[in-house]
Design a protein around this ligand. Structure first.
Ligand code: MG
Length: 251
């Protein structure tokens, strides 16, 4: 028995020594280098806020009607002046004509300089991803509200990691990375929608997995319905919140 074990051990050592000296199975750096296809070359914006060459510009401060409609598919009724579009209370949401699945979205917003209201009543709007999932826009500068409803929250699902709000009247930025859900045949999520949000360059949502559509009342899981590509919606919550420099990159 001892001899058998010794023989096996010797064989193993001999095989190992041969393998180490065999050029044909020696790892080399180039064996783990992948060259093709070449990574697409794009031109980044002058600053990270500027649209790169492969982005679709959804609003450049001038013609809102080129890429956006109101809820009925007609011309949006929001006020466009001074290079931004402002919610016109009662005119309703605006929605992109284009539809999207996975994307990187850059959007700049400004709560009214004149502070009116409190909690959810101050500078409220929202960016709805695929028309269903709201990243809350709210003036939370010295304005408490429920944590899962403040600026940078995935409304009523995930509070932001920190409150990175600037004072009202100052432009703020959301950079949002979104992966659309995929569905099982029975209409449940195969993979959930996931969202990462940077607020003024600060990570406030780290790849969170949404439970379902945004609901003001009720449990999101009960409202899950299969859907394909959908638009970006900006909310009219009755407060004159402004938007500018909106661009998107499909992923
Ligand atoms: Mg809102």
């Amino acid at each position: 028995m001892k001899i058998k074990i010794l023989t096996l051990a010797l064989l193993f050592v001999a095989t190992w020594v041969v393998a180490q000296n065999d050029e044909s199975i020696q790892m080399k750096p180039e064996m783990t280098e992948i060259w093709d296809p070449e990574v697409p070359v794009i031109t980044p914006g002058e600053t990270p806020a500027d649209a790169p060459s492969d982005a679709i510009v959804l609003f450049d401060g001038t013609d809102l009607g080129r890429e956006w409609t109101n809820a009925d598919g007609a011309e949006p009724g929001w006020l466009v002046e001074d290079g931004c579009a402002t919610v016109a209370a009662g005119k309703g949401i605006i929605k992109t004509k284009r539809v999207f699945e996975d994307f990187q979205l850059h959007i700049e917003w400004r709560a009214p300089a004149e502070v009116k209201g409190e909690s959810q009543g101050r500078g409220n709007s929202g960016v709805f991803l695929q028309e269903l999932y709201e990243v809350q826009v709210l003036d939370n500068y010295n304005n408490r509200t429920y944590r899962n409803g403040q600026a940078g929250s995935l409304y009523k699902q995930y509070a932001p990691l920190v409150n990175a709000c600037k004072e009202p009247g100052v432009w703020q930025v959301y950079d949002i990375i979104y992966t659309a859900p995929r569905f099982n045949k029975d209409g449940t999520y195969f993979t959930h929608p996931t969202v990462t949000v940077l607020h003024n360059g600060v990570l406030v949502q780290n790849n969170v997995k949404l439970r379902g559509p945004t609901e003001y009342i009720g449990i999101p899981e009960y409202f899950v319905e299969p859907h394909g590509p959908k638009g970006i919606v900006l909310q009219d919550h009755g407060n004159p919140v402004s938007y500018r420099n909106i661009w998107i990159r499909e992923l």
